[in-house]
Design a protein around this ligand. Sequence first.
Ligand code: PLP
Length: 430
Amino acid sequence: MTDTPKYGFDTLQIHAGARPDPATGARQTPIYQTTAYVFRDADHAAALFNLQEVGYIYSRLTNPTVAVLQERIATLEGGAGAVCCSSGHAAQIMALFPLMGPGLNVVASTRAYGGTITQFSQTIKRFGWSAKFVDFDDESAVAAAIDENTRAIFCESIANPGGYVTDLDAIAKIADAAQLPLIVDNTAATPYLCQPFQHGAALVVHSTTKYLTGNGTVTGGAVVDSGTFDWSATDKFPSLSKPEPAYHGLKFHETFGPLAYTFHGIAIGLRDLGMTMNPQAAHYTLMGIETLSLRMERHVANAKKIASWLETDPRIEKVTYAGLPSSPYAKRAMRICPKGAGALFTVAVKGGYDACVKLVENLNIFSHVANLGDARSLILHPASTTHRQLTEEQQEAAGAGPSVVRISIGIEDADDLIADLDQALTAATA
Ligand SMILES: *Cc1c(COP(=O)(O)O)cnc(C)c1O
């Protein structure tokens, strides 16, 4: 997109990365359902394998349908490049992989998605990596947690399960001072509501499973690189700055400049970890992403209306939505995500565990599922599902106490959603 005019978000979400198919003129991006690509000749094959020429070899590494989605997401985030992966969790491993190694750590926010807390506190230990969890509202604690073995800082823009917005500018300043990349999970905000690179992030990760696809059809993830982090400024990132033995001593940063991290993600990450997005998944996400801004506007308008209604309802104890003027994060939300604080929040219901179980069982439009960011409205009672293995104290600490439900507001008629919540709350608190 280097020589194209500066188009607006609504134009880019439809056109970035795509062009009519050169072979057939097909206007929509075809699903290139192929594993391999014919080499022109032996020299062409050698150049591709040496990373001297960019092209298609094998779909574990690159695929034309996935490539369109990669360029689309990178453009919407204002980044230099992106690598798509098989899920959001795969994207998180792929994001850390070039930076980490045995004995090294990532400093991460305590207010991360529950699945991320598990991945970072348990699973990454098998690679010899570790995470230090800190309250990201306590800036001196974040700075103090960084040690000589830290290689990244990780947080969410709008945190799942909602109601919390990270002060990305403040955290980026700390990361900069320590010459470390800030990685922001922008899943719950999307690039329409929040642009982490404008607030100092070096890398962005996504679960494309959620709003970017927007229809609950496929899992996927993406790692986006701003292209601005200097991997050679210190000797902390040898995978990017030092000779790579698997490519005859090639130095990624020296050779590929702002695309070093993206090329490493494909040539080493996808090649050896194999967490590849398939072309069908990329197709569904491309279909969804075309309407991202329209959906997010409606998601936010509905969430504001419904959260405001819930907040004044006598059957409700508390609503945590950063889009409500009463939220302690309302002012910060206007700076970090000026177009709205998303559509994900938690609600504490009077009547505790039993009332929550009855509420989810009596709803007609809302579905009780472990997902978010769908066009349809979703609800989850963490204490009886995703968080049922935890003690009550652990549930409270995670913002998922027995009386709390997490709501992902869809793009249906807001009045229908309010009526549905109203009748189910009556049944739940009778
Ligand atoms: C769902 C989610 C993930 C994990 O994504 P998957 O596609 O389910 O692997 C990571 N971060 C956040 C904020 C999420 O909501």
